[in-house]
Design a protein around this ligand. Structure first.
Ligand SMILES: *Cc1c(COP(=O)(O)O)cnc(C)c1O
Length: 240
């Protein structure tokens, strides 16, 4: 890794942290703290390790199981490693016990498989329920009106621990449009936390990416997932 890219990542990371602090100052302090997760698809392990060791990055998220596993040996034991992308049931077995959290759980079938494989591996896996707040077709996440029901089901499974919600908002032109979706997600999140039949502790609300993390924080996110604003824009492969 050359000096120039190190300096670029260092500068980007600092700018994102400053923006996080500024957005936090604009919200209700009761909303708590914000964790920065870096979404690291296509980023080499070396650059991720630089951000962890030199910049203090505290959490990493991968989209694809294969890429997660490729980087796992280099990253294990450093910071929590999350799965944030769509997960197929047949891939669950290979990451249980390795992923510290799976943020993209959006069906009973997937939740049941994670629970089953976790029990086999002797672990309990932290998960978030992914919600499709824009009700977009061809997008992961449970429909907003089904979220409470899915969380209830997930809480019956002994191999997983539900920690909260995750969402990917539709792409919007303006911050105000994002806020509409994030406000909605925050209100569902509060309803779920306040529902006495649930028992969610150390709760997480994961929302906001490079173009929307400040809006998400103002609306109550406790975790933002930022990729390109730290590591630069990349050409994402279509398949693989
Ligand atoms: C890529 C990705 C992000 C980060 O997106 P950027 O626009 O690069 O910040 C966040 N969440 C998920 C699920 C992603 O796939």
């Amino acid at each position: 890794m050359d000096r120039a890219s190190e300096e670029q990542i260092r500068e980007n990371y600092k700018r994102v942290c400053e923006k996080i602090e500024a957005a936090k100052a604009k919200r209700d302090p009761k909303m708590g703290d914000v964790t920065l997760l870096c979404a690291t698809k296509t980023v080499p392990a070396e650059e991720i390790l630089f951000a962890i060791n030199e910049l203090g990055l505290g959490c990493v998220g991968e989209n694809k199981v294969q890429e997660f596993l490729q980087k796992y040996d280099a990253l294990r034991g450093t910071v929590p490693l999350h799965i944030i992308g769509h997960l197929q049931t047949n891939k669950v077995k290979s990451i249980v016990g390795k992923a510290d959290m799976i943020q993209s759980v959006d069906s009973e079938r997937l939740a049941a498989e994670i629970s089953k494989r976790s029990l086999e591996a002797g672990v309990v896996t932290d998960v978030l329920c992914e919600i499709n707040i824009g009700k977009e077709e061809n997008k992961g996440g449970v429909m907003p009106e089904k979220c409470d029901e899915l969380v209830s089901y997930m809480e019956t499974l002994p191999g997983i621990r539900v920690r909260g919600l995750m969402t990917m908002a539709p792409v919007c032109e303006k911050n105000d449009e994002y806020k509409k979706y994030f406000d909605k997600t925050y209100s569902i999140y509060l309803d779920i936390l306040q529902n006495k039949s649930h028992n969610i502790i150390e709760s997480v609300l994961s929302m906001g990416m490079s173009d929307s993390f400040e809006a998400a924080i103002e609306c109550g996110a406790t975790m933002v997932r930022v990729g390109s604003s730290v590591f630069g824009s990349r050409i994402y492969p279509q398949h693989g």
